[in-house]
Write a protein that binds this ligand. Structure first.
Ligand code: UDP
Ligand code: MG
Length: 310
């Protein structure tokens, strides 16, 4: 029988773990789908891991892996993909903001032959204005880069074993999972869902964390920001030529010395642009350094119900 693996990244969700586990297993049992649920404890600081351990004891189809510290949701998802054994796997948030009923719908589409089933948000749920604006800007940029409409994309998706193997074989460390799963191609379709409100706890994303996440994802997917530097440089070169000619003409007409303002402004502009450019280049170099070091994406310290065999 074909088995579906459900990957649930967990970070400080002690209250949600038993609930999520119960809801998902109930739905899948009702739909007569063979499953395993893999909780990936991403270095939670609360009692999430004991909660997962308890679920593993009660239900042999529940498994758990525990990181040595918080490595981020991206790492948790990849760890999940590497550890699952199902013929297909779905990734779902622990806070039940992704409606678990949809897993069945996704599974049926997979049975019908689709290899990637993307969960697409029909609306973005409750978010602060700031969050909304930032998210919009980020998705504009990333959609342009990847040429895939990502505005309503989410991490809620089902993937076939073939896709999982391809993702597992990728050596990159800084990856943007959402975009990567479209980038690999395969026969895909979409399922739209409504974002539920969080039942317990708070979102793990601060504004700063989101900005860092956005920037790092853009950088992981494209070198375009580095080319901005070249474009700006070229623009300034032309301006410099025009201004240079103008200054020379003025000089020969004996009207120099004025235009101190211009000089200062050019100085300031060039200075700032140069610094930004160096910053962008520096960011890429630091990312390359990270990839070069080849450190593991995550460190697993414990696994539970590892033996769950068919
Ligand atoms: N999460 C994680 N590691 C982190 C942050 C979050 O594994 O460092 C998990 C979290 O437990 C949840 C999912 O990722 O299952 C989505 O997190 P959250 O609800 O905070 O994000 P939002 O829904 O606000 O985008
Ligand atoms: Mg959430």
């Amino acid at each position: 029988m074909k088995r579906l693996s459900v990957i649930v990244p967990v970070y400080n969700e002690e209250k949600m773990v038993p609930r999520t586990s119960a809801v998902i297993s109930k739905i899948l049992e009702k739909a007569k789908i063979d499953y395993e649920i893999l909780f990936v404890n991403d270095g939670s600081k609360d009692m999430s891991w004991p909660a997962i351990a308890k679920e593993c004891e009660n239900n042999p189809k529940v498994r758990g892996i525990c990181f040595s510290r918080n490595f981020g949701k991206e790492a948790a998802m990849f760890a999940g993909l590497e550890c699952v054994r199902g013929e297909c796997a779905v990734i779902i948030d622990c806070d039940l903001q992704h409606p678990p009923e949809k897993i069945v719908e996704m599974y049926r589409l997979w049975e019908a032959g689709y290899e990637v089933v993307e969960g697409v948000k029909s609306d973005r749920g409750k978010e602060s204005l700031f969050h909304r604006i930032l998210a919009k800007l980020f998705y504009k940029i990333i959609s342009r880069i990847t040429k895939i409409d990502m505005e309503n994309a989410s991490d809620f998706k089902l993937m076939d074993r073939k896709v999982i193997d391809v993702l597992n074989a990728m050596p990159e460390r800084n990856v943007f999972f959402r975009a990567l799963s479209s980038w690999v191609g395969f026969k895909s379709t979409q399922v739209s869902f409504k974002v539920h409100e969080r039942e317990e706890g708070v979102s793990k994303w601060s504004a700063w964390a989101l900005i860092k996440y956005a920037f790092s994802n853009i950088v992981s997917f494209t070198a375009a920001p580095m080319q901005i530097v070249t474009v700006m440089g070229t623009g300034f070169f032309f301006m410099a030529v025009i201004l240079g000619i103008q200054s020379l003409v003025y000089k020969f007409m004996g009207r120099a010395l004025e235009g101190f303002t211009t000089v200062i402004m050019i100085e300031l502009l060039l200075g700032s642009i140069m610094m930004i450019s160096m910053g962008i280049i520096g960011f890429y170099i630091s990312k390359m350094y990270e990839e070069l070091k080849g450190r593991p994406r995550y460190i697993i310290v414990q696994k539970l119900n590892e033996q769950c065999e068919e």
